[in-house]
Ligand binder design. Structure first.
Ligand SMILES: [Zn+2]
Length: 220
């Protein structure tokens, strides 16, 4: 199920108070249009009806990809919110009914603290990729291109979509703007195999991000 609510919102540009729809949860099967808006970012964009200014609005949102049995929770980037997310998750998983229906089995759970990462996870799921392999690939590509002028140092990388040869299109974002590059499918496939071998069970609520990828590669 998807849940939404309308709230008052004040434009930082002109001070006009308008209404904005917040999606507490988005189910991609029940609400495919909202899922598309989550991926393109417009679900988090408020356009002031008075002055037209657009502002990004960060709010907690649960993305439920029912097709691929994955839940991605977006929370704010504070220690408190992250702790609470883990607590809520543990409580939920401890519930007898949840245990009985075997809800947790076969489901993957992810935690993210920024909108772009939520959008990225939803895109990865849409394209039937393993987000662990994508994170490993991003880290390796960034390391290999450390001397490449095209990709600015300290850039953050995001998966965008598949190209026509099933290669993975990545975007490197920095203060200087965004650069896109395609990475061969073979590299992704071998990393996906590696991650499946070394981590066949994908359990619990987890951050699968560059930090995770770094630790995974360091353990070898
Ligand atoms: Zn305004």
């Amino acid at each position: 199920m998807s849940r939404q609510q309308e709230v008052d919102i004040t434009c930082p540009g002109c001070g006009f108070t308008g209404r904005f729809v917040i999606w507490d949860s988005v189910n991609n099967v029940v609400s495919p249009e909202a899922a598309q808006k989550l991926i393109d970012g417009s679900l988090f964009l408020y356009e002031c009806p008075n002055c037209g200014e657009k502002n990004q609005v960060h709010y907690a949102c649960l993305y439920h990809d029912m097709e691929h049995r994955v839940m991605v929770q977006l929370v704010s980037d504070t220690e408190e919110s992250v702790e609470k997310a883990f607590e809520t998750y543990d409580k939920l998983m401890d519930d007898d009914i949840v245990k009985e229906i075997g809800y947790s089995s076969g489901y993957k759970h992810r935690l993210v603290t920024d909108i772009n990462s939520l959008r990225e996870k939803a895109s990865i799921l849409r394209d039937e990729l393993d987000d662990r392999a994508v994170e490993l690939m991003k880290l390796i590509v960034l390391a290999r291109n450390a001397d490449n002028d095209q990709i600015p140092a300290g850039a953050r990388s995001y998966y965008v979509c598949l190209d026509e040869d099933s290669g993975l299109v990545l975007e490197f974002v920095s203060d200087e703007g965004a650069v896109s590059a395609s990475v061969d499918r073979e590299m992704y496939d071998s990393l996906a195999e590696l991650v499946r071998e070394r981590e066949p069970e994908d359990k619990g609520l987890r951050f699968i991000d560059s930090q995770w990828a770094y630790e995974f590669l360091s353990e070898r």
